[in-house]
Design a protein around this ligand. Structure first.
Ligand code: NAP
Length: 336
């Protein structure tokens, strides 16, 4: 009977266990383990696993597939020690939100007799721990699959079967694309949520502002209630793509600021265009109208660096253009 071991019986690990118990994958042995006693016993009580092991090496012993469902940084430590306990031909996969570093750790630490196939379910919520787990968490959700170099077709196929078994939709994507796209769609939102709480709650008028904060404030700050350890690990392990998207967001906010701060006062038509564009783009996405087939392959405006965009913000475009002309002139003189 194939054995699947899930390490980390929190929200994602226990949801996966519950989904596997209800799946059409037959004759599976689903084992869970966690470093935290309370997470193990809660997952056991919920019936998510056929067996919950206290000892890590008992859990992975003879496992065909091992799923790492811990916070991302813990995966590094686990991969460093698990090698000897894995049987020949075992597959290791993970559910972590950053993929570049996890694939690097797998390549550095896992023995040659196992295959690593990275994974990331695009499903979750801000509450963590097994008590928040749901069997239907992954139903119809996209589940990214990023095979490690050297992973066999059979191993990738087994992980795809597991993903389909829990009701999710396998989505094959490259490492860099994954890390950049989730930085935009998943990581930037929780950072903005935290930044809004930071900006308002640090105000000396916060006690008064708090009286006026209602459903809009609650909705947009929901993600700031997520697990700080999970958010820390994501930021630390996917910092470069996140920084690029923060820069892009600052530019967007700066453009909006320019519209509102126009010398003769804001132009109502220009202000409305900002919201019309956002309304239309969101409505199209909500209606499922943003498909891969609808991709725009026209040449993209080259994004300026953060230093350039901050310079533009403080110095103005014309001064920067002049600086660039001067620099080009200096380079021309030097090269002559
Ligand atoms: P969670 O509810 O906090 O569960 C993680 C569990 O792993 C905790 O019980 C934790 O115990 C345990 N753990 C930590 N280090 C361990 C170790 N060395 N060995 C065994 N168990 C260990 O977190 P989660 O929300 O399920 O997230 C798990 C992973 O899924 C993260 O990598 C996250 O990036 C990814 N993910 C999360 C979401 C989401 O919305 N939550 C969505 C997609 C992907 P302690 O509490 O003692 O640390």
């Amino acid at each position: 009977m194939p054995k699947i071991t899930i390490i980390g019986t929190g929200l994602i690990g226990t949801s996966m266990g519950l989904a596997l118990q209800q799946s059409n994958l037959k004759d599976l042995m689903v084992v869970g383990t966690d470093s935290e006693h309370s997470a193990r016993s809660a997952a056991q009580k919920m019936g998510a696993f056929d067996k919950v092991e206290t000892r890590f090496f008992d859990a992975i012993d003879d496992a065909d597939i091992v799923v790492l469902a811990t916070p991302v940084m813990a995966m590094k430590d686990i991969m460093e020690v698990m090698g000897d306990g894995l049987k020949e031909g075992a597959i290791v996969t993970d559910v972590g939100s950053s993929k570049g570093v996890v694939l690097e750790w797998a390549a550095d630490s896992l023995p040659e007799h196992v295959d690593f196939v990275g994974g990331h379910p695009m499903a979750g919520k801000e509450t963590s721990g097994p008590a928040a787990a749901e069997a239907t968490l992954f139903t119809d959700k996209v589940y990214c699959i990023i095979p490690g170099s050297g992973a066999s077709e059979a191993s990738v196929g087994d992980v795809a079967t597991l993903v389909e078994g829990i009701g999710a939709k396998p989505y094959f994507i490259g490492t860099d694309e994954h890390d950049s796209f989730v930085a935009a769609a998943s990581h930037l939102p929780f950072l903005l949520s935290a930044a809004l709480v930071g900006c308002t709650s640090k105000s000396i008028n916060w006690a008064d502002i708090a009286q006026l904060a209602a459903s809009g404030f609650r909705d947009i700050t929901r993600l700031a209630a997520g697990d700080p350890v999970m958010h820390r690990d994501i930021c630390v392990t996917n910092s470069k793509p996140i920084v690029a998207w923060i820069d892009s967001f600052i530019r967007e906010l700066h453009d909006l600021r320019q519209v509102l701060d126009a010398e003769d006062g804001p132009d109502p038509a220009a202000v409305k265009t900002v919201f019309d564009d956002a309304f239309d783009a969101r409505a199209k996405w909500m209606a499922g109208g943003v498909t891969l087939e609808s991709r725009d392959f026209s040449p993209q405006r080259e994004l300026p660096s953060f230093a350039e965009s901050m310079g533009e913000m403080f110095l103005g475009r014309r001064i920067l253009d002049r600086r660039d002309r001067i620099m080009r002139g200096l380079r021309g003189n030097r090269d002559r």
